[in-house]
Design a protein around this ligand. Structure first.
Ligand code: ZN
Length: 346
């Protein structure tokens, strides 16, 4: 029996190397040999126990690789193609068919990508995966596979930017300059917006300025709403994107919106406590609240193009690269405060 190496989280604060059975290739599926897997915030949170998931856990959903074999019926890719892995869209539900695949209703019913007695989210921390052909996107062979592994987080931000309907000359406030804040800033700039970044960390504020932010502010000493009004002739921001899981920012984020402003709830929120919202104000100022989660297949397609065309410098968000054998060191590096992304390479 051929084996596939995997790095699993058997319990909170534990990592373990294991060998799983190398998956076979089924009809309409491709066997993917993973080449690069980035450690996402979710993988880190599951490891730390701050995000509840069933153990043992096999993570890794920011993945690029090479097609090793194709099952019967596969038409879009062939052996040797480099690809990225998208989310587990079934491609058969109404959500997927109407451009709303982020809410695919059959995610939990998908066949396992590799035989693993536990919970799989992505699975890129296993060397081989068998996935439906419509869940991969073929890359130009010249594209760097480390960069391509970051398609999914970039595509998440594209989904968000698209929902925010950013126009030329809009003022966009990005709260938080982690990797997601960074991608939002870059994408909003590509859309012709002016970006103001709110971030506590000085080094990250500097990174925002170097990356093209019009202005930065420190929310520990400056009032977001007041500062943004100074820069917008009193009107406020056209779009505010919140990329941090802190309930404390919502009030000022809402107050910072201009009439017709759109507030994007991007980050997942650890707190489930509702905040009070004045819907009379929402009505009279004609503001919108927009939730956004994950990317659709179309967003992934756009992200692949931005990476392939060099429109976003992906090196800016890669802090380190580790071999699969150094997987535990890779997790330790990803856990360091201020880290954006760490890549594990097979
Ligand atoms: Zn579906």
């Amino acid at each position: 029996m051929e084996k596939a190496r995997a790095l699993i989280i058997p319990a909170q604060n534990r990592l373990e190397f294991t060998e799983l059975e190398k998956p076979g290739v089924r009809d309409y599926e491709v066997l993917l040999k993973v080449k690069a897997c980035s450690l996402c915030t979710l993988d880190r949170r599951v490891f730390l126990g701050t995000r509840a998931r069933q153990f043992p856990f096999l993570g890794g959903h920011e993945v690029s690789g090479i097609v090793e074999a194709c099952g019967d019926g596969v038409v879009g890719v062939q052996k040797g193609d480099s690809v990225i892995l998208t989310s587990a869209y079934c491609n058969q539900c109404e959500m997927d068919r109407t451009g709303r695949g982020t809410q695919c209703i059959n995610k939990a019913k998908e066949p396992q990508r590799v035989n693993f007695n536990g919970f799989i989210q992505g699975g890129g921390l296993c060397e081989y995966l068998s996935v439906p052909a419509w869940q991969v996107i073929k890359l130009d062979p010249a594209v760097d596979l480390d960069h391509a592994a970051l398609t999914e987080p970039l595509a998440c931000c594209i989904h968000s930017i698209n929902k925010g309907r950013i126009r030329l000359g809009d003022t966009v406030v990005v709260i938080g300059m982690g990797i997601m804040g960074y991608f939002h800033m870059k994408l909003a700039l590509l859309r012709g917006a002016r970006v103001i970044v709110s971030e506590m960390d000085e080094a990250r504020r500097q990174k925002a300025l170097e990356g093209g932010a019009h202005a930065v502010l420190d929310p520990s000493g400056q009032d977001l709403c007041e500062e943004v009004r100074k820069l917008t002739g009193g009107l406020g921001a056209d779009v505010v994107v919140n990329t941090i899981p802190s309930p404390a920012v919502w009030d000022s984020a809402i107050q910072t919106l201009a009439p017709y402003g759109r507030l994007i709830a991007y980050s997942s929120q650890d707190s489930k406590t509702p905040i009070g919202v004045d819907f009379g104000m929402m009505h009279s100022r004609e503001i919108e609240f927009i939730g956004t989660l994950n990317p659709t297949i179309e967003d992934n397609d756009m992200a692949v193009k931005l990476i392939a065309y060099g429109l976003i410098d992906m090196e800016e968000v890669i802090d380190g690269r580790f071999s699969f054998e150094q997987g535990k060191e890779a997790f330790a590096a990803a856990m360091k405060p201020g880290a954006y992304r760490v890549i594990i390479k097979y």
